[in-house]
Design a protein around this ligand. Structure first.
Ligand SMILES: Cc1cc2nc3c(=O)[nH]c(=O)nc-3n(C[C@H](O)[C@H](O)[C@H](O)COP(=O)(O)OP(=O)(O)OC[C@H]3O[C@@H](n4cnc5c(N)ncnc54)[C@H](O)[C@@H]3O)c2cc1C
Length: 389
């Protein structure tokens, strides 16, 4: 009998796993993916829209493309996951959908509204693609003053992204010969810019930022915004002309409503190698999960980890119900490894390489920025879009 595999969320993790499953399972098995959005746009594209390499219109890829691959796409909002009857309820579909296997890849919700005074005219959410074209315009029209990049809280996805935006903004205002009239300030609530990483990447990153005269303000947790001032929990008050906010992240409300998030936690707890949840036949991957490495470090919220986790879950489902190709004919355990290319302006990118399950403790290395890594970053996006959609 054919099985029904339902994937919730057509982002990084959901697209990766649905494609692997469809390629490796015969058509007696159904692969269904549900998303409230009807397009996919990779998070890193925000930075390329900011630096002018890309435009919003040609960055969104329609999810209906999945249909030509034999993956059923349902454009709807998931309102309930019933773990007992194994059914999914949606906002518009009258019928509930039954699943044999469920993969939750709903990502993280984000909001800047938790901070009083985040106004639309000169405050921008770096993580909302729609607000980037206006941010770019605003930066290019600023004659003099201060651009404040503010990390509002932890965890947030792609830990290097705020610093990438600092390098990009630095370069943008250098290009228009206004760098000596505009400060670039970056505020973060922790002591180190990348608290999930060790000494080497932090020292190197601080060195690189300082070299570009980007001002760092550690231990600054934003409390409120009024007029053109930022007030922090440590009592500091700072002026700004343009605010680039990295929003608060929280789990999609449907998870709490459906009992998938434990009372004591915020995110879905999973087995760190298999991504199984405490519910039978339900896996969770990507930003919705929390995998603690130790008291202070968890696996960062990043697409590359969602992808590694997708591969592991796919291998388990395939081995349970199908005849796998060579690549998936054994169970792949999520190994905690990942990498990301960090934009540093001037057509260059660094490489951050991580191994979170290393038996001697987590290892993270930041490699020297180069044109080669920038090209690899471009390919990283291109290849995935081509393969998934
Ligand atoms: C500026 C920026 C730069 C980044 N750069 C990188 C990078 O270089 N490398 C990297 O690895 N990662 C990067 N990331 C992080 C990466 O984008 C995320 O970590 C990744 O998308 C997480 O994948 P996911 O599948 O868990 O969730 P997502 O990709 O966020 O997908 C979740 C999906 O679920 C859908 N959804 C949520 N709730 C519901 C609901 N109730 N009903 C229906 N659908 C719902 C959403 O619409 C969404 O499409 C970056 C992110 C940003 C913002």
């Amino acid at each position: 009998m054919g099985k029904k595999i339902i994937i919730l969320g057509a982002g990084f993790g959901g697209l990766c796993i649905s494609n692997i499953l469809r390629k490796n399972l015969d058509y007696t098995h159904e692969v269904i993916i549900i998303d409230k959005k009807d397009y996919f746009m990779m998070g890193l594209t925000n930075l390329w829209i900011l630096d002018g390499r890309k435009k919003m219109d040609n960055s969104k890829i329609p999810l209906k493309n999945l249909e030509s691959k034999g993956i059923t796409f349902i454009h709807d909002e998931i309102t309930k996951i019933d773990t007992k009857s194994k059914q999914i309820k949606m906002l518009h579909q009258v019928d509930h959908l039954y699943y044999d296997f469920l993969v939750i890849a709903l990502g993280a919700e984000m909001s800047t509204n938790m901070i009083n005074g985040f106004t639309k005219t000169n405050s921008f959410n770096l993580y909302d693609g729609e607000s980037i074209p206006a941010l770019r315009k605003k930066i290019l029209s600023l004659e003099k003053g201060k651009i404040a990049i503010v990390i509002m809280g932890f965890p947030y996805k792609c830990p290097p992204a705020p610093y990438e935006s600092a390098f990009i903004i630095d370069q943008m205002i250098c290009n228009i010969n206004r760098r000596n009239k505009i400060d670039v300030d970056i505020y973060f609530p922790s002591q180190l810019p990348l608290p999930v990483a060790g000494k080497q990447p932090n020292s190197k990153l601080v060195f690189m930022l300082k070299k570009q005269n980007i001002n760092l303000f550690p231990n600054h947790k934003l409390k409120k915004i009024y007029k053109n001032n930022l007030e922090f929990h440590n009592g500091a008050k700072k002026e700004y002309n343009i605010l680039v906010g990295i929003p608060f992240h929280f789990p999609p409300p449907v998870l709490k409503k459906s009992g998938l998030v434990e009372e004591s936690g915020n995110w879905i707890s999973v087995n760190k190698s298999t991504l199984e949840t405490r519910f039978k036949d339900i896996f969770a991957i990507g930003d919705v999960t929390e995998i603690k490495i130790n008291d202070t470090i968890s696996i960062p919220k990043a697409g590359i980890f969602a992808e590694g986790q997708a591969r592991s879950v796919a291998s388990q489902i395939i081995n349970k119900i199908g005849i796998a190709s060579e690549e998936y004919n054994h169970i792949l355990q999520f190994d905690g490894k990942g990498f990301c290319f960090m934009d540093t302006g001037n057509g260059k990118a660094g490489l951050i390489d991580t191994d979170f399950y290393n038996r001697n403790g987590p290892v993270t290395i930041l490699k020297e920025p180069s044109i080669v890594y920038d090209k690899k970053k471009i390919n990283f996006e291109k290849q995935r879009i081509k393969e998934w959609l």
